[in-house]
Design a protein around this ligand. Structure first.
Ligand SMILES: Cc1cc2nc3c(=O)[nH]c(=O)nc-3n(C[C@H](O)[C@H](O)[C@H](O)COP(=O)(O)OP(=O)(O)OC[C@H]3O[C@@H](n4cnc5c(N)ncnc54)[C@H](O)[C@@H]3O)c2cc1C
Ligand code: FES
Ligand code: FES
Length: 500
């Protein structure tokens, strides 16, 4: 049986199709139509809801999780209900737009939207209000403009031109207009108790006609389930997998959810490396990754939207084996390793060896990605990652390049360069690397290495970019890296124009 809270009210679901989404459940089973369906693919944000989970604090500097279960609270994040599997919500608290007002009193996010004329046709409004609500819950002090844009980047509006919505978000933080205490703070301890009880359930399982769903909590149980069901599909955030239901109308017989396995959510840092559990979301692992690689920030902040980063995982990004996934080129340039598990046995392989053909990997039946190990950057090394997409936020890359260079006596003593979007798999630019190795970083050598890239890749033309454009823009990334290193004063200007 599935149990969760919806706007503070306990829900018990005895029978449901494990392929069904939260949005379907809200609109067709519960008649809660405030949450809208725009695209059913995670792109428009009309279906945004808040999902709260029991969490203890994560150190925002290192990303390490503190072991202070006495200080549990409910941490809310925005997600797209259209690509959230209903079954994945066991033991969580879903808040929809119907649950924001306290009796007659609107939530500050709702009141501010009215005051600032942030709504016209209104179709996008519930989604915006929910993203604003989550921003308000997670910020004690008013966010800056960048933080507001980031929080709302996954919500589209065709009517307002956005300015009134941003004004409303600013007004929402005005202490004179917002109540000092709201029901979400007042009822937190009662909801925590209810969620703790639900989370005592070790094995959540659903059987519906011929379909099965399992949500184990221990790594060993997950491994055992994978052995027993070699044709099962793993689901983590579901931001990729759920599109199979909503866009391609396929059905999956057996699903195994990784998001309740604590070992797969773990993010740990040592002096030399960072270990990220395959089921850690972008929001969960990025503080630790950015502590090691601060120059990866712009790229990570451009993966999907806030809603996608709250739900999508590193294991899912590698597991979907897409040639246009953004993390594999970064991980290859970082020389990251994957720990794969099958039953009790584990093996470690380099990320660059994992992809063997279009959407084909070295993974065997019943095997899965347990964690990703990322070494600390070498001394005197520089790292950069650039993404080219048609839209700055929430868009898939036409090309994504990652560069890791070690410099000694002004020469390149080590280099790893990898691209996504340039071949049928995420792939190293070995000819380009060879042209740089042991050479000084001069303009001529950079131009030479950029030319060598045409021996590494023969990219395809598609609706995202032509083959010629992909190659040219990827070569230009190398030039950009050189300009940033030689003229750091211009770095901001190049960052701002980083989209097609
Ligand atoms: C609107 C939108 C925008 C997006 N933008 C981007 C973007 O900018 N950049 C980008 O790279 N991606 C993007 N994505 C794709 C997707 O969000 C990411 O790839 C995400 O990291 C997938 O993680 P997940 O946990 O949701 O994977 P899921 O959907 O749960 O799983 C994806 C695949 O990985 C497999 N899998 C999951 N966990 C494991 C594991 N532990 N071991 C082996 N296999 C596993 C699953 O079986 C499935 O085949 C976007 C998606 C959407 C809907
Ligand atoms: S309906 Fe568009 S993101 Fe869900
Ligand atoms: S108010 Fe019409 S889409 Fe935003």
């Amino acid at each position: 049986m599935l149990e969760f809270l919806l706007n503070g009210v306990p829900q018990k679901v005895n029978h449901c199709d494990p392929n069904s989404t939260l949005l379907d459940h809200l609109r067709t089973q519960l008649n809660q139509n405030g949450t809208k369906e725009g695209c059913a693919s995670g792109d428009c944000g009309a279906c945004t809801v808040a999902v709260g989970e029991i969490s203890n604090e994560v150190d925002s500097e290192t990303g390490d999780q503190a072991d202070n279960s006495n200080e549990d609270n409910i941490h809310y994040k925005s997600v797209n209900a259209c690509i959230t599997l209903l079954a994945n919500l066991h033991g969580k608290h879903v808040i929809t737009v119907e649950g924001l007002a306290n009796g007659e009193q609107l939530h500050p996010s709702q009141q501010a939207m009215i005051d600032c004329h942030g709504s016209q046709c209104g179709f996008c409004t519930p989604g915006f209000v929910m993203s604003m609500f989550v921003l308000e819950r997670n910020h004690d002090s008013p966010p800056n403009r960048h933080e507001i844009s980031e929080a709302l980047g996954g919500n589209l509006c065709r009517c307002t031109g956005y300015r009134p919505i941003i004004d409303a978000t600013v007004q929402m933080f005005d202490p004179q207009l917002s109540p000092s205490k709201d029901r979400f703070s007042e009822q937190q301890s009662q909801w925590l108790t209810q969620l703790r009880t639900m989370n005592k359930e070790d094995h959540v399982r659903l059987v519906h006609n011929d379909k099965k769903y399992f949500a184990p909590t221990h790594l060993e149980d997950l491994a055992e389930l994978m052995l027993r069901h070699p044709n099962a599909r793993l689901v983590a955030g579901g931001t990729d997998l759920a599109l199979e239901f909503t866009q391609f109308l396929r059905e999956i017989d057996t699903l195994i959810y990784t998001g309740r396995v604590a070992d797969l959510k773990r993010v740990e840092t040592t002096d030399n490396e960072l270990s990220i559990g395959a089921a850690a979301t972008y929001s969960e692992f990025s503080p630790a990754l950015l502590a090691f690689y601060p120059d990866a920030r712009e790229l990570i902040e451009r993966i999907g939207s806030r809603q996608i980063r709250n739900q999508g995982t590193l294991g899912g990004n590698i597991g979907n084996a897409s040639p246009i996934g953004d993390m594999p080129p970064l991980l290859i340039a970082m020389n990251a390793q994957l720990v794969l598990r099958c039953g009790d046995a584990t093996r470690t392989i380099a990320v660059e060896d994992y992809f063997v053909g279009y959407k084909k990997t070295l993974l065997h039946a019943s095997e899965f990605i347990e964690k990703i190990i990322i070494p600390k950057p070498a001394k005197n090394s520089v790292f950069r990652a650039y993404k080219i997409s048609k839209r700055y936020e929430d868009d898939i890359s036409a090309s994504c390049g990652a560069f890791s260079l070690t410099l000694k006596d002004n020469r390149v003593s080590g280099v790893r360069i990898a691209f996504g979007g340039m071949a049928e798999i995420p792939k190293r630019a070995l000819h380009c690397e060879q042209a740089l190795l042991q050479q000084p970083l001069s303009s001529d050598n950079i131009a030479n290495a950029a030319r060598a890239m045409s021996n590494d890749y023969q990219p395809i033309s598609d609706f995202r970019a032509s083959s010629e454009y992909r190659l040219k823009v990827s070569q230009n990334m190398l030039t950009r890296l050189h300009l940033e290193l030689t003229h750091p004063e211009n770095e901001h200007a190049t960052r701002v124009i980083n989209h097609a």
